[in-house]
Design a protein around this ligand. Sequence first.
Ligand code: DOR
Ligand code: ZN
Length: 333
Amino acid sequence: MKELTIRRPDDFHLHLRQGENMKKYAAASAASFSRALIMPNILPPVCDPAGLKAYRDEIQKSCEGFTPLMTFKILPHMKAEDIKPLKEAGALAGKLYPAGVTTNAEDGISSLDQIRDVLFAMEEEGLVLSIHGEDPNASILEREIRFLPQLEKLVSSYGKLKIVFEHISRRESLLFLNELPERVAGTITAHHLLYTLDDLMGAALKPHLFCKPVVKTEEDRQALAEAVLNGHSRLFFGSDSAPHLKENKENAVVSAGVFTSPILMPLLADFFEREGCLSNLEAFVSERGASFYGLPLNRETLTLRKESWMVPDLIGGAVPLLAGTELFWRVLP
Ligand code: DOR
Ligand code: ZN
C-alpha cells in the first residue's frame, strides 16, 4: 500500500508543557491529531477552573485547529464541591497520580481515602477518572501490578465511575482489565507496543526511551501488541508523549518521558502494516477513545504516504524518539 487515509486520530494522553516550547509540541501533535487529552501535571498543576481555562486558552491560541480536551489533577486537599465547577469549565477527566510516582507528582495522592468525596462527586458528574496506575513504593518493574488491588478497589467502590487505566505496560494488567466491567478502559502508548527493556538498556542506555511506566519485557510487549492489533474493544490510543529539554534527558539524572508526538502515526502505520493488521489501526487511534469519552468521531481524515523522511534532531528543545533516523511512512499536510 502506498497511501493510507483514515479518520483523523485523537491522542487520549498527551503532555504539552507550557510557554514557547509548548507551541512546537502542540504543532507536532496537531499535524496528525485532531484532539488530545491534555495531562495536568504542569507547574502549578491544573486543579481549578481558572487554571484549566487559562491552560486551554494558551494551547488553543498556540495551535489553530487543534482541540485540547482538558483534565485536572486530583489533589489530596480537594473537596467534593470543587468538582462541578471543574466540569463546568470543560474538564473531561480528573487525573489520579499516586504521590511521587512520576514527573511533578510529588503533590499526588498517598491514600485513596483522601479523595473519597472527590471520587463520588466525579462519579455523580460523569467525569472520567484517569489513573497513573503504579504503586511508587514497589520495585520499578512491579509497580503496575502492585497497583492492581487499588484499581479493583476503585472499580468496586464507585459503581458508576468511568475509569481509564493509562499507559498499560504489563501482560497481567491486560488480563486484569479483561475481568473488569465495560466502564473501565485502558490506553496504550506506541512505545510500550514497540519497545522493551532491552531496547532501553540492553546494548546501551537510551535516555530518550526512559519513561514511567518503564517499558517492560518482550512477553509484556507481545501481550499488548496482540490485544491492540486484534482490536481489543477497551483499549485505545494515548501516546503519553512527554517532551523534556535535551539537557534533562542527556544527563547523569534523567527525567522520565518519551517525546513521540512527531513520529506517532508513521510508527503506528508501520507497525500495524508489518503485523498485517492495518485495517485495525483506525478504530484504535480514531474511534474507540472518542466513543469511551462520549465524543463525536472526527469527520476529517489523515493521509499517510509511503515516503521516507528523517526524524528531526530537536523540536522545542526536546529530542524526539528516533531523532536522526529514517521513517518510511510520512504524514501529509
Ligand atoms: O514518563 C513519564 N513522563 N510518565 C509520566 O507519567 C509523566 C510524564 C511527564 O510528565 O514527563
Ligand atoms: Zn503521562
